[in-house]
Write a protein that binds this ligand. Structure first.
Ligand SMILES: [Zn+2]
Ligand SMILES: [Zn+2]
Length: 180
């Protein structure tokens, strides 16, 4: 089984290799990179956003059943995501499908008219991508605001997180890794 990133054409080009390598370093596993072959449906015209939950249902129905034999797949898209009941989500995972998705839209400084560079986007994508992979591995949210498994609701909360797991979550990750 593999850890795969499906990098969508709508996500910033050039970031895929550093993001995949850094996520692999945090997880302690190789992370493979492919161009996203999955059609992203679930567009809501009124919100101008994509329903992340619908996309993961498609992954279950179309992709995972046909192709993935236990692979852990993370889609990285440049499309803005929501789930019903929330204004937006940075990402979403469905552990039962071993699939997850993150959006780079709200990881970019330009979205907030902030100054900064591309390394901010890489850092944030690494944190949120690792977060979703850890969900796929069975980890839940963590109350430690510096831990990758903390669930941020704002960019500042996301930036406060480190690119590491707290000791308790790290132990859960190591336990989960025994099964692959
Ligand atoms: Zn989460
Ligand atoms: Zn933690």
């Amino acid at each position: 089984m593999s850890f795969l990133i499906f990098w969508d054409r709508t996500a910033p080009n050039g970031l895929q290799v550093p993001v995949a390598q850094a996520i692999g370093a945090v997880l302690g596993v190789p992370v493979l990179l492919e161009e996203n072959p999955v059609m992203l449906r679930g567009f809501d015209r009124g919100r101008n956003q994509y329903n992340a939950s619908k996309i993961l249902t498609d992954m279950q129905d179309i992709y995972t059943r046909q192709h993935g034999i236990g692979d852990y797949i993370l889609i990285v898209t440049g499309k803005d995501l929501y789930i019903p009941g929330h204004d937006f989500v940075f990402g979403l995972a469905r552990p039962s499908v071993r699939a997850g998705i993150i959006s780079t839209t709200r990881l970019e400084n330009s979205y907030y008219q902030r100054k900064g560079d591309i390394y901010d986007t890489i850092d944030r994508a690494v944190k949120e991508g690792t977060h979703e992979f850890c969900h796929m591995l069975g980890l839940d949210h963590c109350a430690n605001s510096e831990c990758i498994m903390f669930c941020p609701t704002t960019l500042d909360e996301l930036d406060r997180k480190r690119k590491t797991l707290c000791p308790a979550c790290q132990r859960k990750l190591e336990a989960a890794k025994k099964y692959f």
